[in-house]
Design a protein around this ligand. Structure first.
Ligand SMILES: [Zn+2]
Length: 349
């Protein structure tokens, strides 16, 4: 069986594979390059990495246990600090059309930042330099802690797709880990304070000694399609009145990802889903999710929306999606996996 190199085992484990003895191909006259066809099925492949993934950091988990090494790295003038202030990331530029850049703090300024005493975690190595995330939310005005040319703290979602995947993934990593540090100061078992261990990657309860670890809550997000049409919804929570996006929801205890896809679609729009194929995943630290992207084949067409979740849901053709402005709606934001699912499905048709 042939699979492209970047279609790694971890990404294909959820998709049903062709029967033994059959042979698949990637791309053909009938099916473009982003589909894998084998037997009587066709899988849409992820055409590139998602925003907030593709980190250049080596996580070097073993260094987290080495307290002397971590203390030396915290003091080293070449170490990089990624500050997070009240869930916001430090950015330079981005105004009046200029390209926004992630800002990492080094040298004396980094020392001052660390001395401010906020929660911190070791993220990993970037070209041999230690990278730390540090939360300064307890300071009302963090700007005096920073070099004078540094601009502002912004919501990463506003600049994520513009800063480039490598830096965006580091900012997302820092934001997600600092959210966990700030929200898990006390033990969920006995209520006693917790102490940070292993360079900020474990919170140890000072009362009952329970170990607490960083968590990402899994959410499924799915493009449901039938022939040349796909199902998009307008959530009651969308601030943009014209935006239609793929359906999504949290995975519940005791169900598989595929079951979560089918359950969420049935609950939200009353449509029955058959085959479910995995596409790709995306870290989504807003505040603590991992988005798991799927395609699902609809077995029914009639839409009955759940009005507490959705204001509207419709079947859109590829042509309508390609010309969404002319049809009076907008597609989801560029940094989202929802947009990737839509774009890869458009390419495949
Ligand atoms: Zn406890």
């Amino acid at each position: 069986m042939f699979l492209p190199e970047d279609y790694s085992p971890s990404e294909r484990f959820l998709a049903p594979l062709p029967q033994a003895g059959t042979r698949g191909t990637v791309g053909s006259e009938k099916h473009p390059q982003n589909t894998y066809t084998g037997g009587n099925m066709s899988i849409i492949l992820a055409s590139r990495t998602n925003v907030y993934s593709g980190s250049p950091l080596e996580r070097v988990g073993e260094k987290r246990e080495d307290e002397a090494w971590i203390q030396a790295a915290l003091q080293h003038p070449d170490s990089l600090f990624v500050p997070v202030w009240r869930a916001r990331s430090l950015i330079r530029g981005g105004e009046e059309g200029s390209k926004p850049e992630a800002v990492f703090i080094t040298g004396e300024a980094a020392k001052e930042l660390h001395m401010a005493g906020g929660p911190w975690s070791f993220l990993g190595l970037r070209e041999g330099r230690a990278v730390f995330a540090i939360d300064v939310s307890h300071v009302d005005d963090p700007l005096p802690l920073l070099p004078t040319d540094v601009a502002r703290f912004v919501d990463l979602r506003n600049v994520g797709s513009a800063v480039g995947n490598e830096d965006a993934s580091i900012l997302a990593h820092a934001r997600g880990l600092m959210h966990w540090r700030v929200k898990h100061r006390f033990c969920g078992v006995c209520g006693a304070p917790c102490e940070a261990k292993t360079a900020g990657h474990m919170m140890l309860c000072t009362g009952c000694e329970t170990q607490h670890f960083p968590r990402s809550d899994p959410a499924v997000i799915m493009l449901i399609h039938q022939g040349d049409r796909a199902l998009l919804g307008h959530s009651t929570r969308f601030p943009n009145a014209k935006m239609y996006s793929t359906l999504a929801g949290f995975v519940e205890p005791g169900e598989t990802l595929e079951e979560a896809v089918r359950r969420e679609v049935m609950e939200e729009v009353g449509v029955s889903v058959g085959n479910v194929f995995y596409h790709s995943s995306q870290p989504w630290p807003f505040p603590a999710n991992i988005m798991l992207g799927f395609y699902g084949e609809a077995l029914s067409e009639e839409i009955t929306i759940d009005p507490t979740e959705l204001k509207d849901a419709q079947w859109f053709t590829r042509d309508q999606m390609r010309n969404c402005d002319a049809h009076g709606f907008q597609l989801p934001r560029l940094d989202s996996i929802a947009r990737r699912l839509i774009e890869d499905w458009l390419t495949a048709g």
